[in-house]
Design a protein around this ligand. Sequence first.
Ligand code: HEC
Ligand code: HEC
Ligand code: HEC
Ligand code: HEC
Length: 153
Amino acid sequence: MRYASAIMLFIGICCTCSGAAGAGDKKTYVGSEACKTCHAQEYERFMKYSKQAKSYESVALMKKGLTESELQGCYKCHTTGYGQPGGFRSLRQTPRLKEAGCETCHGPGSLHYQTGDKKDIKGKLTAADCKQCHSDRTIQSFGVKPLVYGGVH
Ligand code: HEC
Ligand code: HEC
Ligand code: HEC
Ligand code: HEC
């Protein structure tokens, strides 16, 4: 466990100095829990049934055999917004973004979180929204829309 916290500290430091975020995009990430107040049902279902809600734990379980840069590679898919402005940096700095949460599919939610306006969030999703992390073969097997009632939320 001492080993684990040393790694975490290292990730934190590493991200602080390389994290010069690209300017331009106003929307950033707020984390799934911020959606709970207004979308309690989606939130509860997501946390309970979706594997994505536990994606950080999957990586944490395999952490021991991995080098630091391999671990960073996992975060691209297993956390929210890794490598993007306001996205996941480390467990210590951004615990709210540790899982592949709501915003991996619906996009960064900071503006919508403030306005509650549906114009400010991505509501209609297609397979293209999954591609960054899922292979074509698995995307074809899941059909985006029916999933809402079958384990996404
Ligand atoms: C302050 C309340 C509030 C918060 C916080 C909030 N939402 Fe919403 N959201 C709304 C309202 C209101 C609607 C519109 C509902 C309607 O018109 O049917 C909406 C609609 C949506 C839609 C559907 C958009 C569409 O085009 O139909 C999605 C997706 C969504 N929210 C995702 C999120 C996510 C993800 C978060 C957290 C990052 C979040 N919301 C946080 C109030 C909120
Ligand atoms: C940022 C990366 C990312 C994006 C984007 C993403 N996912 Fe995922 N998804 C994951 C990860 C990581 C897992 C595996 C979590 C685990 O088990 O640790 C996963 C798991 C799933 C699972 C469960 C798979 C199973 O074997 O049960 C489904 C279903 C799923 N995603 C659907 C989708 C759909 C549909 C989209 C697009 C609308 C999407 N995902 C977009 C990262 C992502
Ligand atoms: C390109 C995106 C991507 C990267 C990079 C990635 N994963 Fe995944 N991972 C996924 C997706 C998507 C799934 C879910 C597969 C499915 O069920 O369709 C998954 C599933 C898993 C699972 C299985 C969880 C379960 O419940 O069965 C583990 C463990 C895992 N990944 C660990 C890792 C580790 C460790 C790394 C880094 C070395 C990593 N992944 C890198 C996308 C990714
Ligand atoms: C794996 C991708 C994925 C994740 C993660 C995800 N959603 Fe969705 N969400 C969808 C899809 C697909 C739809 C249906 C879009 C459509 O109707 O075309 C949807 C629809 C919605 C809607 C519109 C109303 C409804 O239920 O159909 C809201 C609100 C919403 N999501 C909120 C959330 C919140 C809050 C979270 C996190 C707790 C979340 N979503 C996580 C894929 C996702």
